[in-house]
Design a protein around this ligand. Structure first.
Ligand SMILES: Cc1ncc(COP(=O)(O)O)c(C=O)c1O
Length: 360
């Protein structure tokens, strides 16, 4: 179904103020945002409006009880200047799974996609053309009822805003296997992209940084033996040519990059195993000399290589970058899809038509 979206383009455009060669991550926002309000059991007042602050009631339930979920995705420009999205429907579906867990309403997939496409078409000039750069997209939903008391809200707001980001070339990261704090347990909210998960992860991340590590490697909350994720990424290990990633078990976020990587690797004939991954297996592989690569996966970095992992008294040091093949290969593959240079054999890439708004 086609929704009626009111478009208010405003009068000012800030794009000429931006130095696209030097974009600070997460601080620059494009001209417009898509907004929809939920009340009386339906999404209403669908609109594109100039990106701006808005008012929120001090008793808005999201501020107190944390009904707040989000997504993170990217639009890119192909080598010949066409705006591209990669697997946007997967983000819509994950948002709705997060909504289920947090007792929030679904955003219908066609509403999500129409709002997204309209916004990207209008702000297509904000997609940086430089290779590796992208327009970061932040869809999110939060509770709006003005009420003190713990129950699900009956009103919500859904917003999509965007902002250009430069190429992300993280240096290999060092990890501290967590032995005190947990990110998520089975039955908790780890599989949802719920705002509170990120608030709860700040202290352990700070403690790890104070100890000299870049990020936390999250372990299961029962024994601190089974590996879950790293920072805000999923994690992959290459042991003796085989790629292993922890099976999603209810506590791990089902990363869309993770799923894409598994798909690409299997298609290329690699052996990929999803299973509960015990840290002892990684330590044993390290001592046997068969631990070849460790990398995190996520929308922002695509692939972030790991330099070392501290687990209790054992320091696991990974081989130099020149010896790592698989992480670099999948990153190149995904970057190639996002720039339109690699054949889209899985039908993951969608071009956003902009001609609709060229004279609007
Ligand atoms: C906790 C967590 N794990 C993993 C990921 C990677 O997910 P994706 O590949 O969908 O970006 C993210 C980022 O969304 C995350 O926040």
């Amino acid at each position: 179904m086609a929704y009626d979206i009111t478009i208010n383009r405003g009068t000012s455009c800030r794009i000429n103020e931006i130095d696209f060669e030097n974009i600070p991550f997460g601080r620059v926002f494009s001209d417009h945002m898509f907004v929809a309000d939920y009340a009386d059991g339906e999404w209403k007042d669908l609109r594109i409006e100039p990106f701006a602050r808005f008012e929120i009631h001090p008793a808005a339930m999201t501020l107190h009880y944390g009904q707040a979920i989000f997504e993170g995705m990217k639009a890119s420009k192909s080598f010949d200047g066409r705006p591209l999205l990669m697997r946007p429907e997967q983000h819509s579906r994950r948002l709705n799974r997060s909504a289920d867990r947090m007792c929030m309403p679904h955003v219908p997939e066609d509403l999500f996609l129409q709002g997204l496409r309209t916004l990207i078409a209008i702000d297509a000039n904000w997609i940086p053309p430089q290779e590796g750069s992208a327009l970061y997209i932040r869809p999110y939903m939060f509770a709006m009822d003005e009420f003190i008391g713990v129950r699900p809200s009956s009103t919500y707001r859904f917003i999509i805003f965007t902002g250009p980001v430069g190429p992300y070339y993280p240096k290999p990261v060092s990890l501290l296997a967590e032995s005190k704090y947990v990110r998520a347990v089975n039955g908790g909210t780890g599989e949802a992209k719920a705002a509170g998960n990120y608030g709860g992860a700040l202290l352990p991340a700070k403690v790890a940084q104070e100890k000299g590590f870049d990020q936390v490697m999250w372990m299961d909350g029962h024994e601190f033996k089974y590996i879950q994720e790293v920072g805000t990424m999923n994690i992959f290990f290459v042991i003796d040519g085989k790629v292993i990633t922890p099976a999603t078990d209810g506590a791990i976020l089902k990363g869309i990059t993770r799923e894409s990587i598994i798909h690409i690797l299997k298609d290329k004939g690699f052996e990929v195993e999803e299973k509960p991954l015990h840290i002892d297996e990684v330590v044993a592989a390290y001592h046997a000399g068969t631990l070849q690569e460790v990398f995190g996966s996520g929308t922002a970095a695509v692939v972030a290589h790991v330099s070392k992992i501290q687990y209790q008294d054992t320091l696991i040091e990974l081989p130099p970058m020149e010896e790592r093949k698989i992480g670099q290969m999948v990153k190149a593959e995904i970057d190639g899809l996002r720039s339109g240079k690699t054949e889209d054999k899985f039908n993951w890439i969608e071009e956003v038509p902009t001609n609709v708004f060229e004279n609007a």
